[in-house]
Design a protein around this ligand. Structure first.
Ligand SMILES: Nc1nc2c(ncn2[C@@H]2O[C@H](COP(=O)(O)OP(=O)(O)O)[C@@H](O)[C@H]2O)c(=O)[nH]1
Ligand SMILES: [Mg+2]
Ligand SMILES: [Zn+2]
Length: 295
């Protein structure tokens, strides 16, 4: 019995990298975890039973407890969710971006913001950064094309397992290439991808970074979902809103329509970004009717 990390899973095979010998074993699943309805996912720390030491084959027999788990895409044990978008081409969909940050906070995963393609509109990139600085998440302004912010990005990712989340065409693969990583990832123009009607990144796979750590590029947006939760709990998932909610007049203030709301005061004072607040309001609206039994 040895243990390792699932680097990728394709067609019922799990590729498990073993820390002790550095080998990657192709494994099928055959553990008691299957009775509990558990399916191995990329990022899982697992025990394997090696059946062929030459061909490097075996079975996954046990899944160690997960620190965190995501369903779409199915991955576990990530250290950082790097929410990536472009200043322009494609236009950032801030409501979707904020769903990603909310998901990260809800899972207890550190979150960072990467604004790419700053070369296309440096002023707007800076405005977007302003919107996210009050969150306390690290905010990077990058250009894969002009090698801007790449050193900072490397420093952020070093030694971590990072999920690169962001819609197709924002430059995730280009950023990885700009960091000089040897694994060559497919890049393609937005229009080419729309023409072909699919993403260039097809499956989830952990790639080792030459400077330490792992990264995977998630296949597209809407991949992460805000789980069912109570609307009253939502503010805790927006760090800059939570930081300002202590002074509201009404206990349980929704920070939307009540008077004497310290969150709305902070918004007026620019201590909370306008688009972040808008995302909060629309998410609040969508969660308002969630019943206790649905959570
Ligand atoms: N102007 C500019 N274009 C970029 C930048 N990064 C990526 N691109 C282009 O955007 C397109 C999509 O990039 P890609 O890395 O495939 O995006 P992904 O789908 O997120 O992996 C390609 O045509 C890239 O050349 C950047 O920083 N500036
Ligand atoms: Mg890509
Ligand atoms: Zn309030």
């Amino acid at each position: 019995m040895i243990d390792g990390t699932i680097m990728k899973g394709i067609g019922g095979f799990y590729y498990v990298k073993c820390a002790a010998d550095g080998n990657v074993y192709s494994c099928r699943a055959r553990g008691k975890f299957r009775k509990d309805g558990l399916v191995p996912v990329v990022g899982d720390h697992v025990k394997i039973d090696v059946t062929d030491t030459e061909k490097l084959e075996g079975y996954v027999t046990e899944i160690f407890p997960r620190r965190n788990a995501f369903f779409r895409p199915p991955v576990s044990n990530i250290d950082l969710l790097l929410v990536t978008f472009a200043a322009k081409d494609p236009e950032p969909a801030l409501d979707l971006i904020d769903k990603l940050t909310v998901t990260a906070v809800a899972q207890g995963v550190a979150c960072a913001i990467c604004i790419n393609k700053a070369d296309l509109d440096p002023g707007f990139a800076e405005k977007l950064a302003e919107e996210y600085r009050p969150t306390g998440f690290p905010v990077l302004i990058c250009s894969a094309k002009e090698q801007k912010g790449i050193a900072e990005l490397k420093a952020l990712l070093q030694g971590k397992i990072t999920a690169l989340a962001g819609s197709s065409g924002v430059g995730k693969s280009s950023l990885l290439n700009a960091m000089g990583e040897s694994f060559t990832l497919e890049t393609g123009s937005v229009s080419e991808k729309i023409k072909r009607g699919k993403h260039t990144t097809r499956h989830t796979e952990l790639f080792p970074l030459s400077f330490g750590g792992f990264v995977f590029d998630t296949p597209g947006f809407g991949s992460f979902e805000v789980e069912k939760r109570k609307a009253q709990d939502l503010s805790a998932l927006f760090p800059e809103i939570e930081a300002h909610e202590g002074g509201c007049r009404f206990p349980g203030c929704s920070h939307i329509s009540e008077p004497d709301c310290s969150v709305k005061d902070a918004l007026e004072e620019g201590k909370i970004g306008k688009s972040r607040y808008d995302s909060y309001c629309s998410l609040y609206e969508s969660l308002k009717d969630v019943k206790d039994w649905q959570i």
